[in-house]
Design a protein around this ligand. Structure first.
Ligand code: GTP
Ligand code: MG
Length: 224
């Protein structure tokens, strides 16, 4: 499934780089990255992807089996960032599959649920695993999801922020339900990714690396 984010033309109030809706890619720098979502079951990984890619939310989201793949483009200035998104299954029985999906990923979105302390602990263990076994220089973002459920919060915002700061993570509280910070966290990841890598069309990495060798840290930027 493929879609393109329509993120509006305006420069954001905080002065960060302008985001543009999809249009012709002519003359644009195109960068393609593999992004993986990790986190405990039911924290809202698939819901965040559905909000980002399809602009929708469902209360009855099925638990993911194995993993799901989607693509989404965002525009940063004159660069089109193409995300190949692997939405993994959080259920424990799928844990052993995760390395297939984070191997070679240039970016990871680790998700917890602000109403579930165990999910925050699980998110920390994913960050640790990514740092030890993921791609070198992988950009890691932490999402405290279900921010609309403030009345049921058990994970303190400041605790999560401090943890993120200490581990050099992008951090935002998000809500797939209300859209809060959903586009923003993907844009923050896009902003952090390197844009000046070797230009090699054949180096595009659209799939899961099923080899047991070293992570293939391939992403590619080309000029149209
Ligand atoms: P697995 O596929 O099992 O790993 O779960 P997941 O992390 O993909 O969670 P999923 O997106 O399936 O969401 C689980 C439940 O949480 C669903 O009932 C969603 O409707 C709900 N949910 C997801 N995001 C939010 C949110 O931001 N706010 C609220 N209130 N509910 C949410
Ligand atoms: Mg899911």
């Amino acid at each position: 499934m493929s879609a393109t984010a329509n993120l509006g033309r305006a420069t954001r109030p905080n002065g960060s780089r302008a985001m543009r809706p999809n249009g012709s890619s002519a003359g644009r720098n195109i960068c393609q990255y593999k992004l993986v979502l990790l986190g405990e079951s039911a924290v809202g990984k698939s819901s965040l992807v559905a909000r980002f890619v399809n602009h929708m939310f469902t209360e009855f989201q099925d638990s993911t089996v194995g993993a799901a793949f989607m693509t989404q483009n965002v525009h940063l200035g004159d660069t089109t960032v193409k995300f190949d998104i692997w939405d993994t299954a959080g259920q424990e029985r799928y844990h052993s599959l995760a390395p297939m999906y984070y191997r070679g990923a240039q970016a990871a979105l680790v998700v917890y649920d602000i109403t579930c302390a165990e999910s925050f602990a699980r998110a920390k263990s994913w960050v640790k695993e990514l740092k030890s076994k993921g791609s070198p220089n992988v950009v890691i973002a932490l999402s405290g999801n279900k921010a609309d459920l403030e009345g049921s919060r058990v994970v303190d915002f400041q605790d999560a922020q401090s943890y993120a700061d200490n581990n050099t993570l992008v951090f935002m509280e998000t809500s797939a339900k209300t859209s809060k910070n959903v586009n923003e966290i993907f844009m923050a990841i896009a902003n952090r990714l390197p844009k000046s890598q070797p230009q090699d069309k054949s180096g595009r990495n659209r799939g899961v690396d099923l080899t047991a060798g070293q992570p293939s840290n391939s992403h590619c930027c080309i000029m149209n």
